[in-house]
Design a protein around this ligand. Structure first.
Ligand code: CDV
Length: 371
């Protein structure tokens, strides 16, 4: 099937249009020696294509500009530091290595979602590392939201088998400390209600009529309903999720006797990717833009592709056809969220939080007493 788009630039008939043309910018492999400037040149090609298609929001993967370095044990702090970005004057858009991408977004009047390894200042001369994603709004001409990955997969120490695929995120990053904070992105829909024009905040009449409500998550987060629901409870209409998902890592992912080949393992990883984002979108009645870094990185580490855009019914409306740089463009109608939010997942009518306490009181499993 040929890549498709559904762009109509139409209105919704009754009210102002809440349609946004969004692009998921899948990136093919990036190796250890690849300069960021090379990757940025590839991203610019995708941004050029996005511009010709009228894209208003351009979404890049997790840790977009470098190889997925947490697979490598890096013991030299200086070498490790090279993978991290430092904000300038507290502004990620001025971070030396990433600035050209933000500048291009500004030039094209496009919102940008980008993942990177963040070196943040802490007290004294200390710093802290996070796996981070930020949202740049062209209308506001600034970064308006930051998310730091909460669910860090893998281990602190490498696996014993020398050729195992490591996932040393627990070694290199601190768990995100910003929570799951939804935010509104200005300038994307027609005539949104504002503080001045809207009625009381919780008035039903005003639901789904303001500026789009966005949420960000990063890779492993998408597998956790705990990451989706806080956004759902803030009325999220679009979740942006970049990922680097290994297609072969038995130490990390465990084994399944039915899976006999690396190809089968990759297909299973693709299945779990879709299962997670389709369910998250459906049960929170929101769009999700899921964007991979993919292909064979560093010569021998397969990352799954499978970038896809999922609608609020949980259906995949468009998905990547390649394991390389590829743009997925879709016009997402935010009004589509109203069906799920108003019926099956009308939280205010159907949720029973008095029974959900165990979810926040407990981390691991406590089985019932033995009989
Ligand atoms: N970068 C990631 O977070 N990767 C994880 C692991 C488990 C493959 C993922 O959930 O896709």
């Amino acid at each position: 099937m040929e890549p498709i788009t559904n762009i109509t630039n139409g209105t919704n008939g009754a009210g102002p249009s809440r349609k946004i043309v969004v692009a998921g910018a899948q990136l093919g492999p990036i190796d250890v020696p690849t300069a960021r400037s090379e990757v940025i040149a590839r991203i610019f090609k995708l941004m050029d294509e996005a511009k010709t298609k009228g894209v208003k929001l351009f979404v890049l993967p997790e840790i977009a500009l470098v190889t997925f370095f947490p697979r490598h044990l890096i013991t030299n702090p200086e070498e490790l530091e090279k993978y991290f970005e430092r904000e300038v004057d507290g502004d990620p858009a001025k971070a030396h290595n990433m600035k050209p991408v933000f500048d291009k977004a500004r030039e094209y009047g496009m919102d940008l979602s980008i993942g990177y390894a963040e070196c943040a200042d802490a007290s004294g001369d200390k710093h802290e590392h996070y796996n981070t994603n930020v949202y740049y709004s062209a209308a506001a001409d600034k970064v308006i939201a930051k998310y730091r990955k909460v669910h860090l997969p893998g281990t602190v120490e490498p696996y014993e088998r020398p050729d195992a695929t490591n996932q040393l995120e627990k070694r290199y990053f601190k768990p995100g400390n910003l929570g799951f904070k939804a935010f509104r992105a200005p300038g994307l829909v027609e005539s949104p209600l504002t503080k001045a024009s809207g009625k009381a905040a919780n008035d039903k009449e005003t639901l789904g009529r303001g500026d789009p409500i966005m949420g960000m998550m990063i890779c492993n987060d998408r597998r956790w309903p705990e990451a989706w629901r806080p956004y759902g409870l803030q009325g999220v209409e679009m979740v942006l999720c970049g990922y680097n998902t290994t297609g072969w890592a038995p130490e990390l992912l465990g084994t399944n006797p039915k899976i006999k080949t690396k190809e089968m393992a990759k297909n299973e990883a693709l299945f779990h990717n879709k299962l997670s984002v389709q369910h998250g979108s459906y049960s929170n009645a929101c769009w999700s833009i899921n964007v991979a870094k993919c292909g064979m990185e560093d010569g021998k580490y397969p990352l799954i592709g499978g970038s896809c855009i999922v609608d609020p019914d949980g259906e995949v409306v468009i998905e990547a056809k390649t394991e390389g740089d590829e743009l997925l463009v879709w016009e997402c109608d935010l009004d589509f969220c109203k069906r799920g939010k108003g019926k099956v997942f009308a939280f205010e009518r159907h949720r029973r939080p008095e029974h959900y306490g165990i979810m926040v009181e407990q981390t691991g499993v406590k089985e019932p007493d033995f009989l």
